[in-house]
Design a protein around this ligand. Structure first.
Ligand code: PCA
Length: 201
């Protein structure tokens, strides 16, 4: 059985919960296609999230890393195409605010996801879930984690990438401003993305 490290994030900024945290907890330990899922939640802390995801990869030795993040305001499931070498955004949960900073001084400007993002989007739509490839993972924590993994493992067979998801109904009930999906649909859509990894091209 192959291993898939599935990461989510804790709540951050004004968001009282993070649906990605709930998804990784509910899928942890399950088998989806050829993969056993190892789910972990990362802190919204630039330094600690990067350090922890790299430590989890060393510990778990996964074949694939799928990282999840909340992108409140998006309408669809959006596998990210690219991570860029920039940190710039609102304060993290430690109060650290960064502007125009490189993630890695020696890193490439950007790395492409090595997940089958087109197949994921097609399979989601075939199964009735709105999805599209996103061409920007932003410049905040999610981009940072995606970039850090793709940079460190660029010359290896590790497959890695990032999927942003819309807000859950629970979040929108609290905040009111975002398009939202049920937790059941959010979780099922991530299962479908993972199923894609076991499909023969
Ligand atoms: N989304 C943020 C950070 C944590 C999360 O779930 C992002 O898109 O960078």
């Amino acid at each position: 059985m192959k291993k898939l490290l599935l990461t989510g994030f804790e709540p951050f900024l004004q968001f009282k919960m993070n649906p990605t945290d709930e998804i990784v907890k509910s899928l942890n330990g399950k088998t989806i296609g050829d993969y056993i899922i190892i789910g972990v939640t990362l802190p919204v802390d630039y330094a600690a999230s990067e350090q922890q995801i790299l430590q989890h990869i060393e510990r778990v030795k996964p074949d694939v890393v799928v990282s999840l993040g909340l992108a409140a305001g998006r309408f669809k499931i959006t596998p990210e195409r690219i991570a860029i070498n920039i940190k710039d955004g609102a304060a993290d949960n430690k109060g650290v605010t960064l502007q125009d900073q490189l993630i890695d001084n020696d890193g490439d400007d950007a790395y492409f996801s090595t997940l089958p993002i087109r197949a994921m989007v097609d399979y989601l739509k075939e199964n009735g879930y709105p999805a599209e490839i996103s061409n920007s993972a932003g410049t905040y924590l999610c981009n940072n984690v995606m970039y850090a993994v793709l940079h460190k493992y660029k010359d290896t067979s590790l497959q890695a990438g990032f999927i942003h998801i819309p807000a859950s109904h629970e979040l929108t009930i609290i905040d009111g401003k975002f398009p939202s999906w049920s937790m059941t649909d959010l979780t099922r859509s991530i299962e479908l993305c993972i199923e894609t990894l076991s499909m023969k091209a």
